[in-house]
Design a protein around this ligand. Structure first.
Ligand code: GLU
Length: 504
């Protein structure tokens, strides 16, 4: 289907604030935003909070935060449906006056009993229009008496409703038989004096029409709603937007649902959960942009402006998208390695602080603390795939080891003459000038040579002594970052530790 670009494009994201922003919801928001950006259109944020029992301010706050963090900035809104009741009432009045909706008085129990009867008789269990058949006077009497009712939309008895769909155009999936649809409810139960709140399908159409929405991109679960919505647009004589219902997102062959909770702390489904784990905004946008969309670029890593230029409804896939954790992690590590270093450091800081490390005091007095932090972060960008991995990876820079890797103690510290070697290294480093990695390497190599020790035999105990670990980034980079005083202190500490913890 060709995309109508004659009207200025107006798109929206319309989350219900009943939980956090799910990665799938973020994809929906992103695709709407990308299309708006590409065509210089407008992107609107609308909070669908008419379900007072399930909507919370907390989740509204979380959704806004997550969108802002992702950089999906709205041009208009946020609009709150809970503040737009007058528009819905006005539209209900209009349809009632035109005889397009009617009050239906059945209680939920009566409807259930009728449903079961229909199923037992192998009929489609749609509403039987009992209230539509009541005499006018009876309806008026009931309304005046304050009897509770819901509004139902009178669906045409015949014909089909076609949903203008870009992804499934022409498919039988987009054609809905009116007779099978049933007169659907557009408001919760209420009385004339205390009307019930209008429901999703109704509010959505009124808002999309009043907000001039031209294109709706949303999850596949709304396709059957779209048929009802098209009937409402037609009833109001409003232009029908073009719909795109995105295929599902599957992970390990299971459907990811917006109702999924963050059950697995390692793989949260919420944007905020991923953020807390140290997934980057850029990686998250990059990753979700690929969920069900293919681009002409060869690589799968691209900045958002390239994405905007290349996004196209015709590039969306009809098949379900595969959520590949390894790909997400790979992209995250790519951005950690390749983003401007300052930008990574800035984002690592909150993780280091949340882990309780005082990096400012840990920096050598002779160094600018922030630059120093940048240097040590640089030592780990190749290894850390998540921002949250930095504190543990760098912990020994902030706190001197008080214990040492057990296997290292056995294999390295308990070798011949290690306490004495640590002393000699401390002495050599005290005299190494400047205290740079090249100069240190030269000193320790010559120290090894004089003692007939291979380089590893010198480097391993030193690494264990200063980091507490058997593996680290380049030893001399680490020593240089720690600074002479700290290195010597740690070598002496390790020697003393060894003396008080001799080989059993
Ligand atoms: N509030 C609906 C949801 O969160 C919006 C559906 C739509 O975009 O029309 O699923």
């Amino acid at each position: 289907m060709n995309i109508d670009t004659t009207r200025p494009m107006r798109l929206r994201f319309a989350p219900s604030p009943t939980g956090f922003l799910h990665l799938g919801g973020a994809r929906t928001a992103l695709f709407n935003w990308l299309l708006a950006k590409k065509h210089n259109g407008t992107f609107i944020l609308r909070i669908e909070d008419t379900d007072a029992e399930r909507s919370t301010e907390e989740s509204t706050g979380q959704i806004l935060d997550s969108l802002q963090w992702l950089g999906i900035q709205w041009d208009e809104g946020p609009f709150f449906q809970s503040q737009r009741l007058e528009h819905y009432r006005e539209h209900i009045d209009r349809l009632y006056k035109e005889g397009k909706i009617y009050p239906a008085f059945e209680s939920p129990e009566e409807l259930e009993a009728e449903r079961e009867r229909a199923l037992a008789e192998k009929r489609n269990p749609i509403y039987n229009r009992a209230s539509l058949k009541l005499p006018k006077e009876e309806v008026e009497r009931r309304l005046a008496e304050g009897m509770r009712f819901v509004w139902r939309f009178k669906v045409p008895d015949e014909g089909y409703t076609d949903v203008p769909e870009t992804l499934m155009s022409g498919a039988a999936d987009c054609r809905f038989e009116n007779a099978a649809m049933g007169d659907f409810v557009i408001s919760r139960a209420g009385t004339l004096k205390e009307p019930g709140w209008p429901l999703y399908n109704f509010c959505c159409v009124v808002d999309d029409a009043l907000m001039g929405i031209t294109h709706v991109i949303r999850g596949q679960e709304h396709l059957s709603n779209a048929a009802r919505q098209v009937l409402l647009y037609k009833a109001f004589d409003y232009p029908v937007p073009t719909f795109t219902h995105l295929p599902l997102i599957m992970k390990n062959n299971k459907k990811m649902s917006k109702r999924d909770k963050d059950a697995d702390p390692a793989f949260p489904v919420s944007v905020s959960g991923r953020r807390e784990l140290g997934y980057l905004q850029e990686a998250t946008i990059n990753f979700i942009s690929l969920l069900g969309c293919s681009y002409p670029m060869e690589e799968e890593i691209f900045p958002v402006d390239v994405l905007i230029r290349n996004f196209d409804l015709n590039r969306l896939q009809k098949s379900n998208a595969n959520f590949d954790e390894d790909k997400y992690l790979f992209q995250n590590s790519w951005y950690i390695k390749n983003l401007p270093r300052e930008s990574v450091v800035e984002r690592v800081v909150p993780f280091i602080e949340a882990a309780g490390y005082d990096w400012e005091s840990a920096a050598p007095v002779s160094r600018d603390a922030y630059k120093w932090l940048g240097d040590i972060v640089a030592l780990e960008v190749e290894r850390c795939k998540l921002l949250s991995e930095f504190p543990a990876a760098l912990s020994y820079f902030f706190v001197a080891p008080t214990s040492y890797d057990a296997r290292g103690v056995q294999k390295i510290f308990h070798g011949e003459g290690v306490p004495e070697l640590l002393d000699a290294v401390a002495e050599a480093l005290l005299l190494t000038n400047p205290f740079t990695k090249d100069a240190m390497e030269a000193s320790l190599r010559s120290l090894g040579d004089t003692r007939g020790l291979g380089f590893g035999k010198v480097a391993q105990p030193v690494r264990l002594a200063v980091t507490g670990r058997t593996a680290s980034p380049g030893l001399f980079e680490v020593l240089e970052a720690l600074g002479r005083e700290e290195v010597i202190r740690r070598l002496i500490n390790a020697k003393e530790w060894l003396q008080s913890n001799p080989k059993a």
